[in-house]
Design a protein around this ligand. Structure first.
Ligand code: GDP
Ligand code: MG
Length: 215
């Protein structure tokens, strides 16, 4: 069986944390120093091949088709309708390691996501917490405002996957690709190979909106 596995992944987080920069870099576009304002939602598709453990416990090479969505910041969250989040398999929740406030807001994001997708501890999607702009700390340009252990503690407590710290500016394509592949494998571990929107949740009552309209 070699048909591809399709996932819908959405980038969320406060304004200015680097969502659009990551979105561009993941898609192989250059880093821009200036702000690129995101209006509503931007969506692009990319492909990656990963070795996964199949049902028989054997290693298998599979192609993943990722529909990646960039969104505008928190002030617009409620402008994003519930149906927009429906069928999401992964959420890249981004904060800026030099901006405490962007990390404090993570709980707010979780509450919103719970409303739309269910509790990530139970529902079949993965929230990946990612600290961006680590280059500013490494280059002594700014103080680190959020320690990585705080972020990983937060993940443990909230049922997130800790995606670690990275930089949309200084990570090269290979480094970023390695990270993204790690995140996609985490999603695979929880969601499996079903197409988005078709996955069965163990806790349907907690996950009322799992639609089937995406098949
Ligand atoms: P968004 O509002 O979350 O989409 O954030 P943007 O991607 O528009 O980035 C906001 C600003 O932060 C821009 O000026 C980017 O150039 C800058 N930026 C984004 N990622 C990084 C990073 O990893 N390191 C540094 N130093 N700046 C970054
Ligand atoms: Mg943006």
């Amino acid at each position: 069986m070699s048909n591809k596995i399709e996932y819908k992944i959405i980038l969320v987080g406060n304004t200015n944390v680097g969502k659009t920069s990551l979105f561009r870099k993941i898609l192989g576009e250059e880093f821009l120093q200036k702000n690129i304002s995101t209006i509503g939602v931007d969506q692009k598709t990319f492909y990656t091949n990963l070795k996964i453990d199949n049902k028989e416990g054997k290693k298998e090479n599979r192609e993943f088709e990722i529909k990646l969505y960039d969104t505008a910041g928190e002030e617009k969250f409620r402008a994003l309708t519930k149906s927009f989040f429906n069928g999401a398999n992964g959420i890249f929740l981004i904060y800026d390691v030099t901006e405490r406030n962007s990390f404090e807001q993570v709980s707010e994001w979780l509450n919103n996501l719970k409303d739309d997708l269910g509790d990530p501890k139970e529902a079949k999607y993965v929230i990946i917490l990612i600290g961006n702009k680590i280059d500013l700390v490494k280059d002594n340009i700014k103080e680190q405002a959020v320690e990585s252990y705080e972020a990983s503690d937060k993940c443990e407590e909230s049922g997130f996957y800790w995606g670690g710290e990275l930089s949309a500016k200084t990570f090269n394509e290979e480094q970023l690709k390695e990270k993204i592949n790690e995140y996609i494998l985490q999603i695979y571990k929880k969601v499996g190979a079903n197409k988005h929107g078709q996955q069965k949740s163990k806790n349907i009552s907690n996950n009322k909106k799992k639609g089937r309209k995406f098949c």
